[in-house]
Structures are given as C-alpha cells and as structure tokens.
Write a protein that binds this ligand. Sequence first.
Ligand SMILES: Cc1cc2nc3c(=O)[nH]c(=O)nc-3n(C[C@H](O)[C@H](O)[C@H](O)COP(=O)(O)OP(=O)(O)OC[C@H]3O[C@@H](n4cnc5c(N)ncnc54)[C@H](O)[C@@H]3O)c2cc1C
Length: 405
Amino acid sequence: MEYQDSERATELAERAREFVDEVVIPRERELEGGTKVPDDVVADLREKAQSRNLYAPQIAEEHGGMGVDFRDVLPFFEEAGRSLLAPLAMRVDAPDQGNMHTLELAGTESQRERWLEPLVRGELTSAFSMTEPRQGGGADPKMIKTTAEKDGDEWVIDGHKWWTTNGGEADFFITLARTNQDAHPYGGCSLIIVPEGTPGLKIKRDIPHLGDDITSTVHSEIRFDGVRVPEENLLGAEDEGFTIAQKRLGPARLTHCMRYSGMADRALNVAKAYTSEREGFGGPIADKQGVRFEIAEAETNLHAARAMVRHAADEISRGNEARIEVSMCKYFTANVVEEAINTALQFCGASGLGKDLPIADFYENVRQFRIVDGPDEVHKRVIARNAYEDVDPEELGPLPTFGED
Ligand SMILES: Cc1cc2nc3c(=O)[nH]c(=O)nc-3n(C[C@H](O)[C@H](O)[C@H](O)COP(=O)(O)OP(=O)(O)OC[C@H]3O[C@@H](n4cnc5c(N)ncnc54)[C@H](O)[C@@H]3O)c2cc1C
C-alpha cells in the first residue's frame, strides 16, 4: 500500500493549506465566539477559493468541479478540516458534498443539470433525509417507515424524519423512503428528490443541539404529509436506495475522517503553541513529560488514522467497496480525533474552553462524529461480523474442558 500521496495530491493540499491559513483563518478569528457566519462572507470566501482553483475538487470538471481522483483529493479534505469555515469556502462541506456525489453517481442528465450543477456553484443548498424518530430508521436504517407510493406519474411521500442537516435551509431534500413493502428490508427503499416548498413538506423545527459553532448548522425535524413529486424525481433505480446510499457513504465517511483529522491536527498545533509559550512549575508546560507523552499518543493515533483512510481510499479507487476497512476507519478515527481534541483543550487550560481559540468549537463539534454516519457500535458490529465469518473450531486445539465427556 502506498502511504505517499501523489504529486497532484500534495500540490493541491499545499495550496489548500496556504489558502486556509492566509484567507480563511483570519475570517474565522473575526467571527469566533459570535453568531452564524454571514452569507456574504461565505460567498466572498468561495469566490476567493475559485480564483485560486481550490473549489469542489472532488466533482467532475463537466459539472463545475476540478475532477480530482478520490485518492488524490483526501489530503485536500484534511486541510479543509482545519477550519470550520474552510469546507464551506472550498465546497467540500457536508451534507452538500455527499449529495453532490450521490447526484453524480445516480442522477440523470436532467437531474444533474437541475440540481447538481447549481449545487456545485453554491446557488443551491441541499439535505439528505434518512433518520427517523421513534421506531423508524436510525442506527438500524432497515427500520425506515417513511413510504413513497406511486399514484399515476407522481410519488406520494408520507413520513416523519429528523436530524436532517440543513433541513431548515435546504432547496431540496434527497429523501429515503420505502417503495416496496415486500422486498428484503435493504432492498425496498428508494431515493427521491423533494424540492423545498412542495405542499405537505413541513419543517417542524430545528433541533437544539450541542455545538452551535460559527457555521450554525441546523438539524431539522420534518414531516412529509402526502408530499407529491413527479416520478422523474426518483434518484437512481427504484428500490435501490440503500445500494446507492452505501456507495455514497463509503467515500463520504472517509472524507469526514480526513476533515476531522485536519481539525484534530490544528487543535494539537494550537495546544503545542500554547504550552510552548505558557510557563509553570519552573519552565514551559510543553517540557513536562505528562504533556509530551499525551501529545505523542495523539500524534501517533492520528498518523494511524491517516494511513488507514489512505488504504481504504486505495481500495475504493480500485473499485472495491471496502466496507470493513471503511468501518474500521470511521470507528477508529472518530475516537482518536475526539481524544486528540480533548487533550488539546486540556493543555490550553481555561483558554481551551474560551472562544478566543478554535478548540472549544472543535470540541463541541467533534462529539457528533462517533454517532453520525453510523454510531461506533454499528461499525464494530460490521467489523466483528466479518471477524467471526470463518471461525475454525480447530484453532481451539485439544482443550479437554471443551470436548465431549
Ligand atoms: C449532528 C448530526 C447530524 C446528522 N445529520 C443527519 C442527516 O443529515 N441526515 C440523516 O438522515 N441523519 C442525520 N443524523 C442522524 C444520524 O445519522 C443518526 O443519529 C445515526 O444514524 C444514529 O441513529 P439514531 O440517532 O436514531 O440512534 P439509535 O438508533 O437510537 O441508536 C442509539 C444508540 O444505540 C446504540 N446502538 C445502536 N445499535 C446498536 C447495536 N447494534 N449494538 C450496540 N449498540 C447499538 C448506539 O450507541 C447508538 O448511538 C445526524 C445526527 C447528528 C447528531
């Protein structure tokens, strides 16, 4: 396996880092501790990213992106993750980035024209609506209760969703609904595009939550009451929603890992700067072994996470699903980035909790990563299922207590 990034990947990541340091972080510092980043600041940052050719690298050129190979784009995502504003600026922000990928994968030509290209340009914003309250789909997505039934040349959607990121602001919703009650639970769901403003689509509320950072991302509870959309709003084949969602989720989980390892990397750099300058007990705090060992552990874990992600991305680039490897990356990275950011916060003392530094926002934001895109336990379940697939009873050897009497 090649850990070394290609020349293209390195060059792109270096330019992204420069842009984040020179342009994005100064804007972020102005906003820290304040309210939502104004739309005109996002628009200005996007213009600047475009002028430096650092915009939507993951999207094909014909759709308005840069057409960079998935493996080569990962280090770019890590650089973008160093500021909460940078993914928005460089158009690699969730959930729009995952939705762009889904539209690229499964969209018809006219869907790409109508939804994908304006989304890439930043003229539209989108949501992916899957999770449901109560006995609906959550960690176990097979439990999806929202239905879509065909009536003439329309789909009629009924259901209740929540935690739909961007829900209160989205121009359209990629919605997962059950279209076939008789199929295997993983087989009978479809993705359907629902434009904002469609009668029957009601945003009930934006759910108050931990981590109201400068991006002020909303997560919404939504009702679909007899929502009618034309049949051509079906995204991909009927009943293939889970297959398409799975194709989206593999790469999306890896890009999430890289954004978060960028966040953890910056948090550690801030903590290293703080502890190098701050003195106590006869010298810089950075000289204490108790501090240095924890920084060493965090750096080691991040290095391991980056290597795992590159390996899984290599597999995906070769056309493999890499389901187990992706689960390992997602579970491992979510835990080590959370730990690294927690460590960084601790070593900055009260300033770690203050909003003069970015770490407090990172700390609040990172907690979600062990739950979204599949909670830790669900990924461990996938890994364990694979681990137990080919158990050989002979491996036990001649243990007398396990044998017949
Ligand atoms: C910030 C944020 C943004 C989100 N954005 C979106 C979005 O845009 N679109 C969308 O559709 N959803 C979104 N979600 C929802 C997210 O995908 C779900 O929270 C996640 O899939 C888990 O589902 P749940 O919350 O219903 O957990 P539940 O299904 O209620 O599970 C609760 C907990 O039970 C445990 N658990 C579950 N299964 C097992 C098991 N087999 N073994 C052991 N333990 C288990 C886990 O610890 C899990 O966290 C978002 C969530 C958050 C927090």
